[in-house]
Ligand binder design. Structure first.
Ligand code: AP5
Length: 212
């Protein structure tokens, strides 16, 4: 399956992508994770992206297109993939078409802005490996410590309340037009993001015909 997950920041794309990739054994590709790793490693791309990400803006389309072109050429993508958070502009979607990337389905996860703001304030991420947790919905076993690598859990810089509002504005202006774009291409499934992770997973897996 070649799938795109669309949705506002904090809609649950990363959380659901992880569950689909476990179930179907295909890679989940998050441009956000790739960029955060570049920031941690202080590469040229990371240095360029840092300020944009921390102020809630998008990274330039040409950077994203070259990331995704390289990543999709890797062997593990041969039998399918999940794109989490990419494309994020109509220009990026058109670039995927031009690269000949075939997409089976696009799932838009809809969550109200006020729920997003509340939800993202509870997210914690591992400063070492990037694993994601939530104080209420996905707590770590030990407070402030990563289950996977024991790294320290922190609040993502772009999860500060002011930046969340900026990211939501960016989403509505630049990414939401993709909902119509993919509706016109007959690829779109819309699901309502639920309060509980497992309820969203049930809706998503049913819509995609995946056995739970
Ligand atoms: P990125 O990392 O993609 O951030 P985002 O889209 O803002 O997505 P998030 O990671 O915040 O949210 P999510 O939808 O994955 O939610 P999650 O599952 O974590 O991008 C970061 C930045 O990089 C962008 O702002 C931009 O600057 C840049 N960038 C990346 N891609 C780009 C591109 N293509 N073009 C240009 N720039 C790009 O869930 C959130 C929290 O809620 C978690 O703690 C989770 O446990 C919890 N949760 C999840 N589901 C539920 C549920 N159903 N109920 C309750 N809680 C839930």
């Amino acid at each position: 399956m070649r799938l795109i997950l669309l949705g506002a920041p904090g809609a649950g794309k990363g959380t659901q992508a992880e569950l689909i990739c476990e179930s179907l054994n295909i890679p989940a590709i998050s441009t956000g994770n790739i960029l955060r790793e570049a920031i941690r490693n202080e590469t040229a791309m990371g240095k360029m992206a840092k300020e944009l990400i921390e102020s809630g803006e998008l990274v330039p389309d040409d950077t994203i297109v070259s990331i995704i072109k390289e990543r999709l050429s890797e062997n593990d993508c041969a039998n399918g993939f999940i794109l989490d958070g990419v494309p994020r502009t109509v220009t990026q979607a058109e670039a995927l078409d031009k690269l000949g990337v075939q997409i089976d389905k696009v799932v838009a996860i809809e969550v109200k802005d006020e729920d997003i703001i509340r939800r993202l304030s509870g997210r914690r991420v591992c400063s070492a490996c990037g694993a994601s947790y939530h104080l209420q919905y996905k707590p770590s076993r030990e407070p402030e410590s990563c289950d996977r690598c024991s790294g320290k859990l922190i609040v993502r810089k772009d999860d500060e309340p002011k930046t969340i509002v900026e990211r939501l504005n960016t989403y509505h202006e630049q990414t939401e037009p993709l909902v119509d774009f993919y509706r016109q291409h007959d690829k779109l499934i819309v699901i309502e993001g639920q309060e509980e992770v497992k309820d969203t997973t049930n809706l998503l897996f049913t819509a995609l015909g995946i056995k739970i």
